[in-house]
Design a protein around this ligand. Structure first.
Ligand code: SF4
Ligand code: SF4
Length: 163
């Protein structure tokens, strides 16, 4: 896995133009059964991928925290939301709450998330490859393929399947 992660940014760069063109076409004319195809590709990929071996999303990007996330996680720590924000979060350029630093503070050395049950919605949904109307998040996916080996593979499979 470490070798895959090392090569991933360059591989994503090499595929960037091809992927951009693919997503342009997909946006113009998404296949009727796109939601179904994505569900299938997502499930197949995550049967093969062990996120505990990887944890690259937790190590390199970290999620956005919604107000509901802050409320739930601070409650888990029996902290006041404001105190939780001061201790762990900052506001980014887009005015969202994000982690003060990466790797994520809540990631253990064994790649387990110490707040797994109450983790942010963005963590639960990453890399969003099973979401409906997938063509709508193509810009985000173009970035995610450089971080997430599973997303990279799913996009490669999409290109084979959707002509
Ligand atoms: S979601 Fe992607 S980047 Fe995150 S741990 Fe799983 S394979 Fe790695
Ligand atoms: S909260 Fe958990 S799942 Fe989310 S980035 Fe941190 S360690 Fe990873």
């Amino acid at each position: 896995m470490q070798d895959i992660l090392k090569q991933l940014p360059q591989e994503a760069k090499d595929k960037h133009n091809e992927n951009t063109n693919f997503f342009k076409k997909l946006k113009k004319k998404p296949p009727k059964q796109l939601d179904y195809i994505m569900q299938e590709l997502h499930e197949a990929e995550f049967k093969r991928t062990d996120c505990f071996e990887c944890a690259n999303c937790c190590k390199t990007t970290g999620p956005l925290f919604t107000d509901k996330d802050v409320e739930r996680i601070s409650k888990h720590f029996k902290m006041k939301p404001q105190r939780f924000i001061e201790q762990f979060l900052r506001i980014d350029e887009e005015n969202d709450y994000v982690l003060q630093s990466v790797p994520c503070t809540f990631l253990g050395a064994d790649n387990y998330c110490s707040i797994y049950e109450v983790r942010p919605k963005a963590c639960r949904e990453f890399p969003h490859t099973d979401r409906k109307k997938f063509q709508q998040i193509s810009n985000l996916t173009l970035k995610n393929v450089a971080i997430c080996p599973a997303a990279f593979n799913i996009v490669e499979e999409m290109k084979k399947r959707i002509k």
